[in-house]
Write a protein that binds this ligand. Structure first.
Ligand code: ZN
Length: 234
């Protein structure tokens, strides 16, 4: 089955309204936050042919054990998935405004499947030859669209091959900058073609992966880390 790359860039805004299998213990890919640096990544579609999913999230403060919790913003998802149960208004959005604190406001992120082949920024959480659920800045959406437009028809065929994990395909060389402003620059396809990917039970629709739907407990956990912190008085 061939996919139209341009079509696949259309964001999937509507998440699952119910709680699908948030608590299931099935195999999962590690979730990785795209770090700064140069990376060679093969982006690929989920089993429904979707390349990316938008997320509208709040980040909590670091927990004592080093982890950071995240929640979907109820104000956004009340619009996108009205059948879910939400608090009457997002208290985190309200606190962000009250405290004039950018770091807790609702941020847009994009989630994609990606297999990493090379990186200048290896860490425990970001290693070559590993597939990830990659969380990226929203700039990647425009970056991918621009890359396709710029390359014209010549770019569409390798792009379609890259996105289909069941076929051999190239990867994309990209440059990611975090500061002072997030940017994702897609440079070129690799000259090398990589073999089809080994897909496991983790290979699920993106809308069922990580923060699949609004969860009251995630929300409360994030809110509490923020409330626990003394607002800075200026
Ligand atoms: Zn919010």
């Amino acid at each position: 089955m061939e996919h139209d790359p341009q079509l696949l860039l259309n964001p999937i805004q509507v998440p699952h309204a119910q709680e699908p299998d948030r608590t299931s213990t099935g195999p999962r890919l590690p979730v990785a936050f795209l770090p700064a640096g140069q990376h060679t990544l093969r982006w690929f579609c989920d089993a429904q042919g979707k390349l990316l999913r938008f997320l509208h999230i709040h980040e909590g403060r670091h927990m004592p054990w080093g982890k950071r919790c995240r929640t979907l913003c109820p104000d956004v998802y009340r619009q996108l998935a009205p059948s879910g149960a939400y608090p009457p208004a997002c208290e985190i959005c309200a606190l962000a405004e009250q405290r004039l604190d950018q770091s807790i406001r609702c941020e847009t992120r994009v989630m994609l499947y990606g297999k990493l082949y090379y990186t200048t920024n290896t860490s425990r959480y970001w290693q070559a030859n590993q597939a990830y659920l990659v969380i990226t800045p929203p700039e990647i959406h425009a970056g991918l669209a621009q890359f396709l437009t710029r390359g014209g028809d010549a770019q569409r065929e390798p792009f379609a091959a890259m996105m289909n994990p069941r076929r051999p395909g190239p990867a994309l060389v990209m440059q990611v900058q975090k500061y002072p402003k997030a940017s994702v620059t897609l440079a070129s396809f690799t000259a090398a073609t990589f073999p089809p990917l080994t897909l496991g039970a983790w290979y699920r629709p993106l809308r069922e992966c990580w923060l699949a739907s609004f969860s009251q407990s995630d929300y409360v956990a994030v809110l509490e880390t923020i409330k626990a912190e003394q607002p800075q008085l200026s």
